[in-house]
Write a new protein. Structure first.
Lengths: 221, 311, 490
């Protein structure tokens, strides 16, 4: 493998990581639920490409399988399931979160910087610091923030999935992914989780006649 | 520098500016399955406006009469400060890109004042809206250009372009991409395109930029329209030449000028196509949601600025 | 072999219940399977006592004394819950609160739940352990949403959202641990995340990464265990789930989540020295105690009361693990043992009362002793046991933890501990006393308490009393061995 293609590979990895971060930012203020799901699908696609690039550059062949599984499950199957839920519960739009959009976006910027700070000591010891660990931590933190800020149940699910994307990216950045059986287990868990969340979201929409989780307030103390 | 250079760039800018408008309009029409106006229609419009008389409100002061000239001249000056087909810029004031931004802001300031000057309600409304948009768009633009300037080590635009040309691998730099994304959103906002503002609207209550120009007529309007087109050309040139200066020549030989011109036109065409796609596939945002879009641009620019220190 | 059987049995049960249609057969299958699980767990304990550790599939599954203890407790809790569930759900079916289809869901999900819990304790690979804990969360969500009321759905939603956040943090921690070891064990083989392998390489792990990893693990698995301040899902889930599921949640899931934390605690102590992780455990434990206490005092709902009680017990266990020394881990594991045996009794009594009265609020329930004498007496006895009154075993374990804290650290930890425990005792007894004694509600008659419900309750009461006085030496040795593993003597 010539030097140039390795360099190109690293550049591509950094590019994909930055693209994932941009998509996450676009998710923050996004109102239309089908667009939210499409953005998640796009982000997972970038993730799969990134994983494939890492596998190519580092000759780590088991990462190809993980990339392929990500492509299959996160780009195709899970968005399909989520879209089905939206169709069944007949919701198309998100309501304003607990914090308004410009404030949330500023907080996400802050969280990204925090992610960089957390990842800095680790990236120094790596061979090539692509900054993917920083992006991964940022995705993780922003996903958590979105889970707390968004009100509709399905947006919370997508936010959780983007946080998991961040974790997968961190796994790739740090250790070229985890052992394959663990990766398979994690993806399987996620899939089952999305299905169960789908069932639960459907029940909530039926019982409360809205997916707005701020209406779930009866249990206190 | 040389008079030849100045003239060349000036003519190029003046001629290209309305053409871009025509291109975008034609593109939108084709995508909407219409025939649309001809590509040269903006030139005919400018000519028509030039020959018409002007009507000036009784309440207007000298600001109203002076503004079209100021707006046009600042836009023209700025277009002379941006590298278009070569890396050498004809005019180069202190601070390079900072001067560019401030000149553009000066033009905007005067237009906003002039709109207020006529004591018309729509003018005031347009001014305040335009300033709201500018308040977030300008920092975003500054930050995104600065992020490229920092990697290049100078705010002198020709220096920036030369440096980016030398380190071609920068194109895939994440900070670069983030800054480009931020700048693209700013382009949409500053040129008043959907989803921020509809340039073809006739409803005064939905206007942002057009509302400021309602009182202008005749050659004043021609000058301001040309200035707006020049500003659009300037922003698009910034986008293509600062971030992807492929094909920008460095000498003054006929060959390098020719390749530079062709590359420039091709890149502008691609960018215009992107703008057309964005305009056609989106609906205009309600006014209070425009800051949301612009904050995304701001944060992206902020991250772009921070990325060289972190990536 | 026993390891594989332990994992297969619940899966077979789930499949069988999936195919069955009659309620009677499902009940029979679940009872038989629960008994088999218990027998297999006892066998595992015997094997571990003989061989120190048992493993299968080339180290993929691994059981030492700590695992065996957790497996035994899980099997016991699922056994008594299986017996109780028969009577409980029969009443629900008669009243029409649930349909047969819903019941079938219970009988399919519960063995899957138990399977995941077994896998947590038996997996050597920390990544698979994570998958199992997440699996247990997923299996139990629909159990919490069982009654499909607005409140149940709210509880289930909070459970899965907060649980998923916690689990993601735990995944990050697992990832960081893998990274901390990657320069020693490499990144190619699955061995890299095996706990046994990591323990061997413990001294050469990257300390910075491991520190951050443990923090995330504690916050992540601590959310599953219900450590304050990540406990907010607990009161809702425990009050909305059907009583047998809530009992498994309280007694078994808690143990498994703590088990996860402990594996990392042992690793971190070996690598970083015990102060870091023990200090964190101590702080979180004291925090849980302090947060649980006022909520117990002002509680108005007896199912939520049980949730706060389990938070407080988690706190006691964490304090025990945190103070370390020779007695700390032993006391904490002893506490885990007694807690897992005694807690289901309280849930069963609460379930009985709730089903009879239709509500879980203290104010609306009173004088239970006139209506359901056995339940009321056992409720009172269980309360005394759970709050650490002699001769219940919990008294001994709390005393052990207390003496460990006096031995090891400053006295203020011990005084906070005593203060909280005493306050909880007072509050708990006050509430349950009012519930059990006093004038009965007008118009309610004495109800016959079915043997299906009474049998497990009496069994637990008998065991609690028995073990309070005499703990059979195999069990005692098991707990001691487990304590040594945690304490790092191996």
């Amino acid at each position: 493998m010539s030097y140039d293609s390795v360099e190109l590979g690293h550049r591509l990895i950094t590019l994909m990581a930055a693209a994932m971060l941009v998509v996450q930012m676009l998710l923050v203020g996004q109102r239309l639920l089908p667009t939210v799901i499409a953005l998640f699908s796009l982000q997972s696609f970038f993730l799969a490409c990134l994983a494939a690039a890492v596998a190519y550059v580092n000759q780590a062949h088991h990462v190809y399988i993980a990339a392929g599984l990500t492509l299959l499950l996160k780009v195709i199957v899970m968005p399909l399931l989520l879209r089905r839920i939206i169709r069944q519960t007949d919701t198309q739009e998100e309501v304003e979160g607990y914090l308004n959009t410009p404030a949330s976006i500023l907080i996400c910027g802050g969280l990204t910087l925090l992610g960089y700070l957390v990842a800095h000591p680790f990236s120094q010891s790596q061979g090539h610091s692509h900054g993917s660990l920083a992006v991964a931590t940022a995705l993780f933190l922003i996903g958590f923030f979105l889970m707390m800020n968004r009100r509709k149940a399905i947006s919370q699910v997508v936010a959780l999935l983007t946080a998991e994307n961040g974790l997968f990216l961190a796994a790739i950045a740090l250790t070229y992914g985890m052992p394959l059986i663990v990766e398979v287990g994690i993806l399987f868990d996620l899939l089952v989780g999305v299905m169960i969340l789908g069932i639960l979201t459907y029940r909530i929409a039926e019982t409360f006649e809205s997916m707005d989780t701020s209406k779930l307030r009866r249990l206190r103390g | 520098m040389t008079l030849f250079q100045v003239l060349l760039q000036m003519v190029l800018a003046l001629v290209l500016a309305p053409l871009i408008n025509g291109l975008i309009r034609k593109g939108k029409a084709l995508l909407q399955n219409r025939r649309g106006p001809g590509l040269l229609q903006p030139y005919y419009d400018l000519l028509k406006l030039w020959r018409k008389g002007t009507v000036v409100s009784r309440h207007a002061s000298w600001i109203f009469r002076v503004t079209p000239y100021i707006s046009f001249l600042t836009a023209l000056m700025v277009s002379l400060m941006i590298p278009m087909i070569t890396t050498a810029v004809p005019l180069s004031f202190f601070g390079g890109v900072i001067a560019v931004i401030y000149l553009l802001a000066l033009g905007r300031f005067f237009v906003a004042l002039a709109a207020l000057d006529t004591a018309s309600a729509f003018g005031g409304m347009g001014s305040s809206r335009e300033m709201t948009v500018a308040a977030i768009a300008e920092p975003a633009m500054m930050l995104s250009i600065f992020s490229v300037a920092i990697t290049a080590g100078s705010t002198n635009l020709s220096q920036v372009v030369k440096s980016t040309l030398q380190h071609q691998e920068q194109f895939l730099n994440p900070g670069h991409i983030l800054a480009f994304a931020a700048m693209f959103i700013v382009l949409i906002a500053e040129t008043g395109r959907i989803p921020v503002d509809n340039p073809a609207t006739h409803l005064e209550l939905t206007m942002i930029h057009e509302a400021m120009l309602l009182e202008y007529s005749g050659h004043y309007l021609a000058l301001i329209e040309w200035a707006v087109a020049l500003k659009q050309l300037v922003l698009m040139t910034l986008l293509v030449n600062i971030f992807f200066p492929v094909g920008v020549g460095s000498g003054f030989t006929a060959a390098s000028l020719a390749t530079g011109l062709i590359a420039f036109l091709a890149k502008l065409l691609l960018l215009a196509l992107a703008v057309v796609l964005v305009e056609t596939s989106n609906a205009k945002l309600r006014l209070f949601r425009v800051p949301e879009l612009l904050s995304v641009a701001f944060i992206l620019a902020l991250l772009a600025l921070a990325s060289p220190f972190i990536f | 072999m026993s390891l594989v059987l332990l994992l297969l049995a619940p899966l077979v049960e789930a499949a069988a219940c999936g195919l069955l249609r009659s309620r009677r057969w499902m009940e029979r299958v679940s009872l038989i399977s629960a008994a088999i699980n218990l027998a297999l767990a006892v066998r595992l304990v015997q094997n571990v006592a003989r061989f120190q550790s048992v493993s299968a599939f080339d180290g993929f599954l691994y059981a030492d004394a700590l695992s065996a203890l957790v497996v035994l407790l899980t099997a016991f809790v699922s056994f008594v819950c299986a017996i109780y569930a028969v009577g409980y759900f029969r009443t629900d079916l008669e009243r029409g609160s649930i349909t047969l289809r819903r019941l079938k869901e219970y009988y399919i999900l519960t063995p899957l739940f138990v399977f995941a819990l077994f896998l947590v304790a038996l997996a050597n690979n920390l990544g698979i352990m994570w998958v199992a804990i997440e699996g247990s969360t997923l299996a139990s969500v629909l159990l919490i949403a069982f009654y499909n009321q607005k409140t149940s759905l709210e509880a289930a939603w909070k459970y899965i959202i907060i649980g998923s956040m916690g689990i993601s943090m735990a995944l990050f921690g697992t990832l960081l641990t893998y990274y901390a070891a990657s320069h020693v064990v490499g990144t190619e083989s699955i061995e890299g995340l095996n706990w046994t392998r990591l323990m061997l390489a413990a001294s050469s792990l990257n300390p910075k990464a491991l520190r951050l990893a443990f923090l995330f693990i504690l916050m992540g698995y601590g959310t599953k265990a219900g450590i304050a301040p990540m406990h907010t899902w607990k009161p809702d889930s425990y009050s909305e789930a059907p009583a047998p599921s809530a009992a498994i949640l309280a007694a078994a899931v808690l143990n498994c989540a703590l088990y996860g934390i402990l594996r990392f605690h042992i690793l971190a102590s070996r690598c970083l020295g015990p102060e870091f992780s023990s200090g964190l455990l101590l702080w979180f434990g004291l925090g849980s105690l302090l947060i649980a206490t006022p909520f117990i005092l002002v509680q108005t709902n007896f199912r939520r009361l049980l949730a706060y009680s389990s938070i407080d017990h988690t706190g006691i266990m964490l304090v025990g693990f945190g103070v370390g020394g020779s007695l700390g881990p032993f006391g904490a594991l002893l506490h885990m043992f007694y807690h897992a045996i005694t807690k289901p009794l309280l849930f069963f009594c609460a379930g009985n009362v709730q089903q009879q009265f239709g509500t879980a609020t203290f104010r609306k329930v009173g004088g239970v002793i006139h209506l359901m004498p056995v339940t009321a007496v056992l409720f009172l006895a269980g309360t005394l046991a759970v709050t650490g009154t002699p001769p219940a075993g919990l008294f001994q374990s709390e005393l052990t933890v207390l003496s460990a804290s006096v031995q090891g650290r400053s006295l203020w930890i011990a005084s906070i501990f005593v203060g909280c425990v005493v306050t909880i005792f007072a509050g708990f007894l006050y509430h349950v006393g009012h519930l059990a004694l006093g004038a009965p509600r007008i118009g309610m008659n004495r109800t016959a308490e079915s043997w299906w419900r009474l049998l497990p309750m009496l069994l637990i009461a008998a065991l609690t009393l028995l073990f309070g006085f005499w703990l059979p030496s195999p069990l005692l040795r098991l707990i001691q061995q487990a304590g040594q593993i945690v304490g790092g003597a191996r």
